[in-house]
Design a binder for this molecule. Structure first.
Ligand SMILES: Nc1ncnc2c1ncn2[C@@H]1O[C@H](COP(=O)(O)OP(=O)(O)OP(=O)(O)O)[C@@H](O)[C@H]1O
Ligand SMILES: O=C(O)c1ccc[n+]([C@@H]2O[C@H](COP(=O)([O-])O)[C@@H](O)[C@H]2O)c1
Length: 241
């Protein structure tokens, strides 16, 4: 894929993000939690995701960022996607050391295709005390007009688009979209999966625990199916009868 340069100069993006951040901090309703929402397929989660969430949290004064692994990402049906439970557990492992990072099962547990409109509605129901900031990379933001119920989506969260190498960051001039330049991490889940399949290392592209998880369950290995997780029944405490 050809590397494209963002049409907006990075200095403009940074300046705009800083001023928007100041406005949002100033206007934030008193006593309301500022909750970042980092949605993704996370197959596997990598340091690009973690840096994006960390940067947005710092710049927008977020109290927490909840990572939301997709259940069935409907725009990735042409690709093989690992079982939601594996992706969920890798996300838990990757975020465990950060006290401001949490993981939600709302999308993994909802049957059917995953739509952000449902993610945000569920989170608003669960967290009525929070203002939501949905975090997307430049590639995902470029596709956002194709998302379900996009006209309503804008009213449920403020959107923060972050830079990603090889993609143009464009906020479409919307007031409900802020743009932020984050340290460039030229990492993708596609590349991580290909590296594992070719027996190349993914150390330092994904957190250490995720490297170990991939090996333990044989994810992304060419020519063999991943090992299943122990079933729920296996995890039941032994009967005392
Ligand atoms: N390196 C990165 N820098 C900034 N944002 C990123 C980066 N990688 C992913 N994102 C963003 O994180 C979110 C979730 O991405 P996703 O889980 O699809 O990862 P991916 O690396 O794009 O996966 P794949 O290669 O399988 O399509 C999206 O909003 C995406 O734009
Ligand atoms: O709502 C939609 O129609 C929609 C379509 C494509 C992607 N999304 C969301 O965008 C986030 C990143 O998705 P993905 O497929 O790039 O991993 C994730 O939270 C998805 O649920 C949402």
């Amino acid at each position: 894929m050809p590397i494209r340069t963002a049409s907006t100069p990075t200095s403009t993006i940074t300046a705009r993000a800083t001023s928007i951040s100041r406005v949002l901090h100033h206007n934030g309703a008193e006593g309301r939690l500022r909750l970042g929402v980092m949605g993704g397929t996370f197959d596997p989660i990598h340091h690009g995701h973690l840096v994006a969430a960390s940067e947005v949290a710092a710049k927008f004064g977020l109290d927490e960022v909840v990572f939301v692994p997709t259940g069935q990402p409907w725009q990735k049906t042409h690709k093989h996607v690992s079982e939601p439970e594996h992706r969920y557990l890798m996300t838990v492992i990757a975020t465990a050391s950060n006290p401001r990072f949490t993981v939600s099962r709302v999308d993994v547990d909802r049957p059917g295709p995953t739509y952000t409109i449902d993610t945000l509605r569920d989170l608003r129901t669960q967290r009525p005390d929070a203002d939501l900031f949905f975090i997307t990379g430049a590639d995902a933001l470029a596709q956002i007009l194709s998302w379900k119920d996009i006209d309503e989506l804008w009213s449920l969260a403020h959107f923060v688009g972050v830079t990603r190498p090889g993609h143009v960051l464009d906020g479409m001039g919307r007031k409900d979209v802020s743009l932020l330049e984050v340290p460039a991490m030229a990492i993708s889940s596609t590349d991580c999966r290909a590296r594992v399949a070719e027996h190349n290392p993914v150390w330092y592209l994904v957190p250490d625990g995720v490297v170990q998880y991939i090996a333990k369950y044989g994810l992304y290995a060419e020519g063999s199916a991943p090992r299943d997780l122990p079933s729920a029944e296996t995890n039941e405490p032994a009967s005392t009868e």
